[in-house]
Ligand binder design. Structure first.
Ligand code: ADP
Length: 375
């Protein structure tokens, strides 16, 4: 069996598919946005993923096309499908990861628990929602947001005047109740085109400034039925939307013990980096298996606790890799992953994984090692 996977997008998620691809013996090629990106270690073409011909040329010679991000336009995806290319996840499910309004509509139809929401086209509609929800709400641009960009808490419609003013004919903003959450969780599920599905343990994600800072797997202090309920939500969404590959469902755990869906990602996800060393089958290998319709691996944890701490920003005076001798000397039990990206304030440039029996000790190790990479 000789198989080739083409990954559109050259970021760290594509980069981290390379090692498992090499291990299994899968050929991986990447369509990167620019030269010298994180995934530049693989056979790399450079081109614009918004251009159908570029993506079609890239897809020639691979068995399946998958993604490092969800931004490939629907017309490009449709051109791939029309040309007979296997695309996972397909354009149908991807549409729900590309547009938060469509996602809310679809999840409602599936009966999934979510924050109260509405689509608003003008200040009067937004004000009406605010008035009905205690005078506070979260306004979101349906498309193109990431790491908290395109998300704004407002107390008056005027605070979203710029976004409302920029709406085109027929466009709307998403407005949601400001959820009173205890913490944020993420549920990952892998699904094959032929239907097999595997759920990872639900994890706790800690966000700072709209960016994921840490992940604890499995989510500590989980109420008895929480893992089961979270896995049920993840599985129902993967099946209901027909997702193939890895799906991440970001969840809010509310003060009154409910789980509400925040958003979806249809690719490996930051909340699953712990699984690289923390699970029997890491999310990057699992994604490759799933998009190739190969039997899925066991997602069970290898240790009672795994903790992932992101390296944000990175050192400005020296390279991330210059810090390795000290990190390796002081923290021989942690695993370091760097993305080959230039440091920039707030940018995700790597992460550290630690595993063990004692949660406090594992958190300490991972944080201490990651801190040595900060400036
Ligand atoms: P992005 O696409 O940028 O990741 P999200 O929709 O995940 O945007 O929102 C970013 C963060 O904003 C969330 O992780 C959460 O902390 C906060 N947030 C988003 N929606 C709500 C909401 N309805 N209520 C409370 N906080 C929210």
């Amino acid at each position: 069996m000789s198989v080739k996977v083409g990954v559109v997008g050259g970021g760290q998620l594509a980069r981290m598919m390379i090692a498992p691809a090499v291990e299994i013996g899968i050929e991986l090629s990447v369509l990167a946005e620019e030269p010298d990106m994180a995934a530049g270690l693989a056979a790399t073409a450079v081109g614009d993923y918004r251009d159908a011909q570029t993506v079609l040329d890239f897809a020639r010679g691979v068995d399946v096309v998958t993604f490092d991000h969800e931004h490939v336009p629907q017309d490009v995806l449709a051109a791939l499908v029309a040309a007979g290319v296997a695309v996972h996840p397909g354009p149908g499910p991807l549409a729900f990861a590309q547009d938060k309004l469509r996602m809310r509509e679809r999840l409602e139809a599936l009966g999934m628990p979510q924050p109260e929401w509405a689509a608003v086209a003008d200040a009067a509609q937004l004000q009406a929602f605010l008035d009905a929800h205690g005078g506070r709400a979260v306004v979101k641009t349906p498309r193109g947001g990431y790491d908290g960009k395109g998300v704004r808490v407002v107390r008056a419609a005027a605070e979203a005047a710029d976004w409302l003013g920029a709406l085109g004919e027929g466009d709307r903003l998403l407005v949601e109740e400001l959820v009173d959450f205890v913490r944020e969780l993420a549920q990952q599920v892998a699904r094959r085109p032929s239907g097999e599905l595997r759920a990872y343990p639900v994890v706790e994600t800690v966000q700072r400034g709209g960016v994921c800072a840490e992940v604890i797997a499995p989510a500590p202090h989980a109420r008895e039925r929480l893992p089961e309920v979270a896995a049920g939500i993840g599985s129902a969404i993967a099946e209901g939307l027909g997702v193939t590959g890895m799906l991440a469902v970001e969840l809010f755990e509310t003060t009154d013990d409910r789980l509400l869906v925040n958003e979806l990602a249809m690719r490996p996800h930051n909340s699953g980096h712990w699984s690289q060393e923390g699970a029997i089958t890491g999310q990057f290998e699992q994604h490759l298996r799933a998009v190739l319709d190969l039997p899925l691996g066991d997602p069970s944890p290898r240790a009672p606790w795994s903790v992932m701490v992101n390296i944000l920003g990175g050192p400005t005076e020296d390279a991330l890799t210059d810090r390795l001798p000290r990190v390796f000397a002081e923290h021989p039990a942690v695993k370091v992953h760097t993305y080959g990206k230039a440091p920039r304030p707030g940018r995700k440039v790597g992460h550290v994984n630690a595993t063990g029996d004692d949660l406090d000790a594992v958190v300490y190790e991972a944080r201490a090692a990651a801190a040595l990479f900060a400036d």
